[in-house]
Design a protein around this ligand. Structure first.
Ligand SMILES: [Ca+2]
Ligand SMILES: [Ca+2]
Ligand SMILES: [Ca+2]
Ligand SMILES: [Ca+2]
Length: 398
């Protein structure tokens, strides 16, 4: 694409050399983003405000940029029209954080999805910009409180600990996301402070999240930190760490989820997985209440990578209880463990139940441990995983 760009420059120089008066530097200066391959770059360009304090509905005739952090404040709703593409400048601080009590309404349609992507997709790689974070008021795992003190029922946002999430309202409503694409997300500050594609912090079940596509992102495609929101119809392609990551007391249902690593996929992470689920944050609260207890229905995990080994297709640990039905693990890529319910900090809860079909052809071990006290794993034929006909709107061919 750089070549194409230079060719266009050369052509401009030639045309301008012929003394067309319209070829002035001034005219170039009016182009808001001259190196952008956005076909609608002639639209009026505008940065999203850093603090959205009142309801804001974006103008479908404008091109918006995420240029630094965008906070949707408590009491405010950010509404994004169907069909809009929002472009993010490069960097860790380029992201949208919907604060507790704030809302985002991004209601795309199959024909007019909403896209969040890099400002220059020709230069973009995983981790180009932050991603989308929703902070809600639902419950998270926490200590019961010592010496008669009130327990701390809130958590701190990983990428900015000034912003808290969590509460006692499991039906909290952070808005609507449907037919939404998140591309090139996952910028990193350190190995422990990373954006994901979609980060759901204590998001409540009043929030509607379905038809989501996360591709070429760093860290996880989706990560749940507690909360009770249900998510359905999720496609995750080539995300650097885990496809579906759960921690800190998540209690909802993820249904119809498909994760794939393509043949050239490689990871920079130590432990890339299909599912990675902890009961409490980082395994440091084995005695906490409200540990993760969640459901996954109709899930496919597929690796076609010729170089990257997947540590576990399904890892449940650190006090988490998972109920997983109709799961399918497939593909030619290497997988160390199909299912692993063990961990040095603590194992999965014994109520964990997993029903999975193994079609993957390069699995080292079906289970990491012969210990059957951590849950019930049934590896059997017949599970079909995620339907593949629900992602046509993404443009990605499964
Ligand atoms: Ca993460
Ligand atoms: Ca992870
Ligand atoms: Ca994790
Ligand atoms: Ca991981």
């Amino acid at each position: 694409m750089r070549k194409l760009f230079l060719s266009a420059m050369a052509l401009t120089a030639i045309v301008c050399g012929m003394s067309f008066t319209s070829c002035s530097d001034d005219e170039n200066a009016t182009d808001p983003n001259p190196d952008d391959n956005n076909p609608s770059a002639t639209e009026e360009a505008e940065d999203l405000p850093g603090e959205i304090r009142e309801d804001l509905t974006l103008d479908a005739n404008k091109q918006y940029y995420i240029n630094g952090t965008v906070h949707v404040n408590e009491g405010a709703t950010l509404t994004i029209p169907a069909g809009m593409t929002i472009r993010a400048r490069e960097g860790f601080s380029s992201y949208i954080l919907v604060e507790r009590g704030g809302r985002i309404v991004a209601e795309g349609t199959a024909d007019a999805p909403i896209t969040f992507t890099a400002d220059d997709e020709t230069q973009a790689e995983p981790g180009y910009w932050g991603g989308l974070i929703l902070n809600g008021k639902a419950r998270i795992s926490h200590a019961t409180g010592e010496n008669g003190e009130e327990p701390v029922i809130e958590g701190s946002t990983e990428v900015d600990t000034n912003y808290l999430y969590g509460g006692e309202d499991d039906t909290d409503n952070s808005g609507v996301l449907t037919y939404v694409k998140l591309l090139y997300t996952g910028a990193r500050s350190s190995a422990d402070i990373e954006h994901n594609g979609l980060t759901l912090n204590a998001v409540g079940s009043g929030t509607k999240i379905e038809n989501i596509y996360v591709a070429e992102g760093a860290d996880d495609a989706i990560e749940f930190f507690g909360g009770s929101v249900n998510v359905s119809n999720l496609l995750a392609i080539n995300c650097d760490d885990d496809m579906f990551d759960f921690t800190q007391g998540y209690t909802g249902t993820l249904s119809n989820c498909y994760g794939r690593w393509e043949s050239a996929f490689t990871s920079t992470e130590e432990d890339p997985r299909g599912v990675e689920a902890d009961g409490n944050l980082d395994g440091n609260g084995p005695d906490h209440i409200q540990q993760s207890d969640f459901t996954i229905e109709n899930m496919t995990i597929e690796t076609l990578s010729s170089t990257q080994s997947m540590q576990d297709a399904i890892k449940i640990r650190r006090g988490a209880t998972a109920t997983i039905t109709n799961a399918l693990v497939k593909g030619s890529g290497a997988i160390e463990n199909l299912v692993d319910l063990t961990d040095s900090k603590s194992n999965a809860d014994s109520a964990t139940s997993i029903q999975v079909t193994k079609e993957a052809t390069n699995v080292e071990a079906d289970q990491n441990s012969s210990n059957t006290g951590n849950g019930t794993v049934t590896i059997e034929d017949g599970h079909t995983g995620c339907p593949t006909n629900i992602f046509g709107w993404t443009g990605y061919t499964l």
